[in-house]
Design a protein around this ligand. Structure first.
Ligand SMILES: C[S@@+](CC[C@H](N)C(=O)[O-])C[C@H]1O[C@@H](n2cnc3c(N)ncnc32)[C@H](O)[C@@H]1O
Length: 219
């Protein structure tokens, strides 16, 4: 029997609702730096590359944006959740951080060509279907200046607990209480390389948790 695709647009809306509701339950911004050894490497490398304008995709309540602004970067963050953006904006204001946080969908980024010197994306693109990730990468390529940098951390997902069903492209759609509606997809090395086909790959490393850490430069 041929497998048929459920209503993917409705599923996507439910996924956005999941993020909205998840952030509505959060009272304070996540200010503490997660113990991610590669975080300091991001600022170090981008400083070395003389980057100024940075876009943080899926910024949540802004920890990475605010952190990077302390190193002198002009940071713009985008996240679908208005609550996360409100938390992060209040924090950035109190800290006088050079950060602008916007509520919006990564599928409709409102920036013109060449608006940024670097785009960073920490554990976010796993929440998109493959066709959507292609749209986002095409846009990222456009909004980067020529020679601009992309950094992404892509977590290895799909082997943990939880109940879900699978879309045809193997995106998991969670049905259990904790993550109901959330989409999560494991990106293979081959897929990541295809998504970055218009970039020069600078490094493609795996950390101890199995996450892919990718540095790329716009041709
Ligand atoms: C796993 S969290 C990672 C947050 C942050 N980058 C970090 O490193 O802590 C994924 C983030 O992506 C956001 N997100 C999910 N789908 C999105 C979409 N379609 N457009 C914009 N942001 C989205 C969520 O609201 C959430 O803040």
């Amino acid at each position: 029997m041929t497998k048929t695709e459920p209503n993917i647009e409705k599923i996507y809306e439910e996924n956005l609702r999941f993020w909205d509701e998840a952030w509505q339950r959060v009272a304070k911004p996540h200010k503490e730096l997660p113990k991610l050894p590669y975080i300091h490497e991001i600022t170090r490398k981008l400083k070395k590359f003389r980057v100024k304008r940075v876009l943080d995709l899926g910024c949540g309540s802004g920890w990475l944006s605010v952190f990077m602004s302390k190193y002198g970067f002009e940071v713009t963050g985008v996240d679908t959740s208005r609550s996360a953006i409100a938390l992060g904006t209040a924090w950035a204001g109190e800290d006088n951080a050079n950060v602008a946080l916007l509520a919006g969908d990564l599928l409709n980024l409102p920036f013109g060509d060449g608006s940024f010197d670097a785009v960073i994306c920490n554990s976010v693109l796993e929440h998109f279907r493959l066709d959507q990730a292609k749209i986002i990468f095409n846009k990222v390529h456009k909004i980067l200046t020529t020679g601009g940098f992309f950094f992404g951390c892509f977590d290895q997902v799909g082997s943990g607990k939880g109940e879900y069903f699978e879309l045809l492209d193997h995106t998991h759609v969670y049905t259990d209480e904790m993550r109901k509606g959330m989409m999560l997809r494991n990106y293979s090395d081959q897929e990541l390389k295809e998504l970055l086909a218009n970039f020069d790959l600078l490094s493609f490393d795996k950390n101890n948790y199995g996450s892919r850490l990718v540095w790329a430069k716009k041709r």
